[in-house]
Design a protein around this ligand. Structure first.
Ligand SMILES: [Zn+2]
Length: 245
């Protein structure tokens, strides 16, 4: 919760953006009219008005940001799948989620990203979806890795809610984009968009678009090795961000 409140209020960033728009407007006006011809009183009024316009424009921009909740599955005593080399699903998905936060903060994106967990802690499934509701999230993406008794099983699966609901089409479009880009950009085999009965998807069926991604199999050596490198988990994070746009 402490981490969440830290990211909820990024005041320095917002203030900086507001000032930037105000300065841009002032520069624009100064290049189109000759300020020196104005009387000092009108100059002050004009400058103050432009700052207020900048504030209003930027407030709209900030308010207009879409809220995305990323849910790194498992955590704490629940490791999720464990790879043949000991790598754990809970750690892989957390590193992807954290990479999303980092990448999003260095791009001028239209998204505010929150995580259901920022550390190696176990959060209940209902608390994860409750957070999405409380934040009035526009989108919820749950991150997982797969496992199979068949060591040859490989590829990416993206699930949407099997119960349908009002947001099924948006969820399917996002799921389709995710599996398509992971295939074309990273060479993952695509196992397609599937319907699943996962609680996190069920809970949000009438709330908003939501998908659950299974990033490859921790029972397949090729995919274990791929997911063991941070450069690759960073690539997965950037692909998810790209699909949000
Ligand atoms: Zn999982």
């Amino acid at each position: 919760m402490e981490e969440k409140s830290k990211t909820l209020t990024q005041h320095p960033v917002k203030l900086w953006k507001i000032l930037n728009v105000g300065i841009d407007l002032l520069n624009f006006v100064q290049t189109t009219i000759n300020m020196s011809t104005l009387k000092p009183f009108y100059k002050i009024i004009l400058t103050m008005s432009l700052c207020l316009v900048g504030l209003a424009l930027n407030s709209q921009n900030i308010e207009g940001k879409k809220i995305v909740v990323i849910d790194p599955g498992h955590g704490g005593k629940d490791s999720g799948a464990i790879g043949l080399n000991g790598i754990m699903e809970k750690d892989i998905v957390l590193s992807i989620a954290k990479a999303m936060i980092r990448l999003n903060s260095i791009t001028k994106s239209d998204f505010e990203i929150y995580l259901t967990r920022y550390k190696d802690t176990l959060i209940s499934l209902s608390d994860r979806t409750r957070l999405a509701r409380n934040l009035k999230a526009d989108l919820f993406i749950s991150l997982h890795c797969n496992q199979s008794e068949n060591p040859k099983a490989r590829g990416v699966e993206v699930y949407v809610n099997a119960r349908g609901g009002n947001f099924l089409m948006e969820s399917i479009l996002l799921a389709y984009g995710l599996q398509k880009h992971m295939k074309t950009k990273l060479g993952f085999e695509s196992r397609g968009v599937k319907f699943g009965n996962f609680q996190v998807l069920r809970d949000l069926v009438d709330f908003g678009p939501s998908v659950l991604v299974e990033f490859g199999f921790l029972s397949n050596w090729d995919e274990i090795i791929f997911l063991s490198f941070s450069t690759n988990t960073n690539s997965l994070a950037s692909i998810i961000l790209m699909c949000l746009i």
